[in-house]
Design a protein around this ligand. Structure first.
Ligand code: HEC
Ligand code: HEC
Length: 284
């Protein structure tokens, strides 16, 4: 029976190593982050720090007019056949970053956040240098535009499409052949650094960190120039799941192989034990 006990100890140590150590080390090394996550209840998809708009329902038809008036001097809206007024190079030179196409922003961004964002981009994004100026919209206009953007947005975007629309004006994901829309030199000037490639960021940072950071960058990484984007719960979860999948495409496979190896070890130990017993029986 000694061998079985030894095997059991090995299995327990392996399991602790696999599931126990990593979270433990994580919580010790990132105490400040854990504290921020707790303090601000991250991810906070209610955006509790922002005021609830008094107007909540908007008129998409009025929103369409307002969008044409206030937004299309900088943004394209492909879904409506409106081309970006500048090519990527010229836009990046003017703003530091290429303004995103607005076709699907209504599907990505939380409604409350978007209304707040349209009235005061710097406050909502918690980024005083955010390149889109406040346009002097009142709450009703912001709610109308939000209703319009929600009405034109595609409902069936894939996680990859969502990631590209939300992140790729700044980030590359080179292993997926996705390249930042804005040239690196413009980003560096605007944001102080070139945003990191996201190909394997999930492995480096882990799910809990990503969910908190993307939801509220400024309280996780003080002084960061990444704006809060206001992604709704569904979109953020899909984007994080996509980042996980591309960072470790063989994870499921590896887990299965691990179980098979453990079973194999168990069978071998059983056989060895039986064999040993047989030999010793003859010796005695
Ligand atoms: C003067 C140019 C300009 C105008 C006018 C403008 N924007 Fe922007 N907008 C930008 C830029 C530049 C960015 C990207 C900034 C960044 O990512 O740092 C942006 C970003 C956005 C985003 C992305 C926010 C996020 O959370 O990712 C949305 C949505 C948006 N604008 C909507 C609008 C709407 C709606 C209007 C009209 C009411 C408008 N913008 C008018 C320049 C402009
Ligand atoms: C307006 C540009 C911009 C957009 C859009 C943007 N990011 Fe970032 N991101 C940055 C910058 C700049 C940094 C570097 C921040 C720093 O080091 O302070 C960064 C850093 C990060 C990091 C690393 C954080 C760390 O701890 O080092 C992650 C993860 C990240 N971004 C994810 C995303 C995801 C996911 C999206 C889309 C949902 C996104 N970003 C959209 C500019 C952007």
């Amino acid at each position: 029976m000694k061998e079985l006990k030894i095997l059991l100890v090995i299995v327990v140590i392996v399991l602790i190593g696999y599931w126990g150590i990593e979270p433990l080390a994580h919580s010790i090394m990132h105490k400040e982050i854990e504290e921020a996550i707790e303090k601000y209840h991250l991810p906070d998809f209610k955006f509790s720090d922002l005021p609830n708009p008094s107007v909540t329902s908007g008129d998409p038809a009025k929103g369409k007019e307002a969008t044409k008036m206030f937004c299309t001097s900088c943004h394209g809206i492909k879904a409506e056949g409106i081309k970006a007024p500048m090519d990527a190079k010229a836009a990046a030179a003017s703003f530091g970053v290429v303004p995103p196409d607005l076709s699907n922003m209504g599907a990505l961004i939380d409604k409350k956040f978007l209304i707040n964002f349209l009235m005061n981009p710097q406050k909502a994004t918690e980024n005083p240098k955010f390149a889109m100026p406040a346009l002097g919209l009142n709450e009703q206009q912001a709610a109308d535009i939000t209703a319009y953007l929600q009405s034109i947005a595609k409902k069936d975007l894939t996680p990859k499409e969502k990631t590209v629309e939300a992140c790729a004006r700044c980030h590359s994901i080179k292993y997926q052949k996705i390249y930042a829309e804005t040239p690196a030199e413009n980003l560096k000037k605007y944001l102080g650094k070139v945003p990191p490639d996201l190909s394997i960021i999930y492995k480096a940072k882990g799910e809990e960190y990503l969910n908190a950071f993307i939801n509220r960058p400024s309280v996780i990484l003080h002084g960061t120039s990444m704006p809060r984007l206001g992604l709704n719960k569904e979109s953020q979860e899909e984007i994080v799941a996509y980042l996980e999948e591309i960072a470790d495409p063989h994870k499921e496979q590896r887990k299965k192989v691990g179980i098979i190896v453990l079973l194999y070890m168990l069978v071998m130990v059983g056989l060895t034990y039986a064999w040993k017993k047989k030999i010793w029986k003859n010796v005695h």
